[in-house]
Design a protein around this ligand. Structure first.
Ligand code: 13P
Ligand code: SF4
Length: 330
């Protein structure tokens, strides 16, 4: 463990001021030396840290250069001038960053940071779906491996799914691998959607009863839910959107009370930015996102580990699917 010296306390004081509503004072001496060391090393190595909305506040608010949902992180990865990209997120996000930056070093601080959606399907499965539905385009959620993206026509995220699916101009589209996101798309378009049975292990655990109970215990609470939740949960919500859409809803509409039906850290991060909103905090942790910690980010920068590498032939086809998505007009 690194030492919490007076110099570190001074250098990191502005960060602590920001996160003090989410991180107890007792814990700060553990985080602060890492925050300080990471921010120094980042500058020295011309590195950027991209952090997903589900990262813990000491990462999201204290060392990240860019934060956002999967689409925003992909767009930022496509734009960055840095030489090294550290992905504070999960492996599929680091792979997407590498696809868009084949000549840069992309690091993931823990190789085990997987995703139940990405693990639910293989490239061979996609080929079988194509055989079953000849000529039907395949739109794949970015929460998938590069191998699966390589078998797809285009990628989608929870921010752009309906728009991207409709841009294909087909009356039927195969949407993989998240069944619930696909159901949500189907409800919001005339295009017939063919689904796969993948689920997010964090969002599939929420139930409709849980939401009704929140409404009873916290009268007036506005319920925001992620489209990876089961349909009966989404029917109980006041608003359905990606992590960034939920965050925008809170900053723009300033509800008095809000419940975010998504991963735990999201509420912590948005609450810090909206001190006047009361957050009811249902807590379903993503064990994969939580593998990323400050000590691992520091080690990743120091040792330049773990480098993301994608075989050239897979990368070329997977990149096309991501680039086609990014090219769809808003
Ligand atoms: P978005 O942040 O793109 O909404 O995705 C949520 C998620 O589960 C990412 O793993
Ligand atoms: Fe995958 Fe769900 Fe975790 Fe996101 S929250 S990384 S979709 S398991």
């Amino acid at each position: 463990m690194l030492a919490y010296t007076d110099a570190v306390a001074k250098a990191t004081a502005p960060f602590y001021q920001k996160v003090s509503r989410a991180i107890p004072a007792l814990e700060w001496p553990f985080h602060a030396p890492y925050v300080d060391a990471i921010n120094r090393l980042k500058k020295e190595k011309n590195a950027v840290i991209l952090a997903h909305n589900y990262q813990t506040p000491e990462i999201y608010h204290c060392v990240a250069d860019f934060v956002g949902d999967s689409l925003q992180l992909s767009a930022e990865a496509a734009r960055t001038k840095a030489s090294i990209i550290v992905m504070a997120g999960v492996v599929f996000m680091a792979e997407t960053a590498k696809l868009l930056n084949p000549d840069k070093m992309v690091l993931i601080p823990d190789l085990q940071a997987g995703c139940s959606l990405a693990a639910s399907i293989t490239g061979a499965d996609v080929r079988l779906m194509r055989e079953k539905y000849p000529g039907v385009p395949v739109a794949t959620y970015v929460n998938s491996t590069a191998e699966v993206k390589a078998e797809s026509d285009i990628c989608i995220t929870s921010s752009n799914a309906v728009r991207v699916v409709e841009s294909l101009g087909s009356d039927r589209v195969i949407c993989l691998p998240d069944e619930y996101l696909a159901n949500y798309i189907a409800k919001n378009t005339k295009v017939k959607i063919i689904t796969w049975k993948g689920h997010c292990e964090v969002h599939e655990r929420f139930t409709a009863k849980e939401i009704r109970d929140y409404r009873t215990s916290f009268p007036g609470a506005v319920v925001l839910a992620h489209p990876e939740c089961p349909p009966e949960v989404l029917s109980e919500a006041d608003f359905v959107g990606s992590t960034s859409a939920m965050s925008r809803y809170v900053s723009e509409k300033k509800p008095k009370r809000v419940v975010m039906i998504t991963e735990c850290s999201m509420s912590d991060n948005v609450a810090i930015e909206n001190p006047d909103v009361e957050f009811v905090r249902p807590c379903n942790l993503c064990p994969h996102m939580k593998r990323i910690t400050l000590p691992k980010i520091l080690e990743s920068l120091e040792k330049e580990q773990f480098k993301v590498d994608i075989p050239a032939e897979i990368a070329a086809r997977a990149r096309l699917a991501v680039e086609r998505m990014l090219a769809v007009k808003k």
